[in-house]
Design a protein around this ligand. Structure first.
Ligand SMILES: [Mg+2]
Length: 168
């Protein structure tokens, strides 16, 4: 990892609790699991930036930095820009795709209001790969299916590794 590498962490709904818009000055309560994860990264020397659309307002940037100091123990850079150093992004709105396939890594979810969204996802890993591979009418030799086969194989390797680490 180069010196300029960083991981981007969204604010609303990822690092800070978010239900609905209150005001640009309002930042929700910290989400403990995410705050603890960021602290662990920082302890390891990994650079973390807050990546949020709110960074357009410098007064709000200052509020976010104060929030970070209070809940994380240090101020973090706040930006609304990706650059080539960003190696990972944690965000509640992102829909991850399988590289070079255009295929999402999560299932479409239909909410009670009938609105269908990829954002409210169901993580499925191997199940999802199986479903994609076995869809009727799919060319078994297509690039997409090959990508899913590789992905499934990678998941299986990962789970075997975890089992091995657990001594099972
Ligand atoms: Mg968000």
């Amino acid at each position: 990892m180069s010196r300029n590498s960083w991981v981007g962490v969204d604010l609303d709904g990822t690092l800070a609790h978010y239900d609905h818009w209150i005001s640009e000055k309002h930042i929700g309560e910290p989400i403990p699991a995410m705050v603890d994860r960021v602290k662990r990264w920082l302890e390891k020397g990994i650079q973390v930036k807050i990546l949020t659309a709110r960074a357009i307002d410098l007064d709000v940037v200052q509020l976010i930095q104060e929030w970070c100091y209070k809940h994380i123990g240090q101020t973090l850079e706040v930006t609304n820009k990706k650059d080539f150093g960003m190696f990972e992004l944690w965000d509640d709105r992102a829909v991850r795709v399988v590289k070079n396939t255009g295929m999402p890594c999560c299932k479409r979810y239909k909410g009670e209001d009938g609105y269908s969204s990829m954002r409210k996802y169901i993580l499925s890993s191997i199940d999802f790969c199986n479903e994609e591979i076995n869809l009727p009418g799919r060319d078994p030799n297509s690039n997409v299916i090959t990508a899913f086969r590789e992905r499934k194989s990678a998941f299986l390797d990962m789970f075997n590794f975890i089992d091995h680490e657990k001594g099972e």
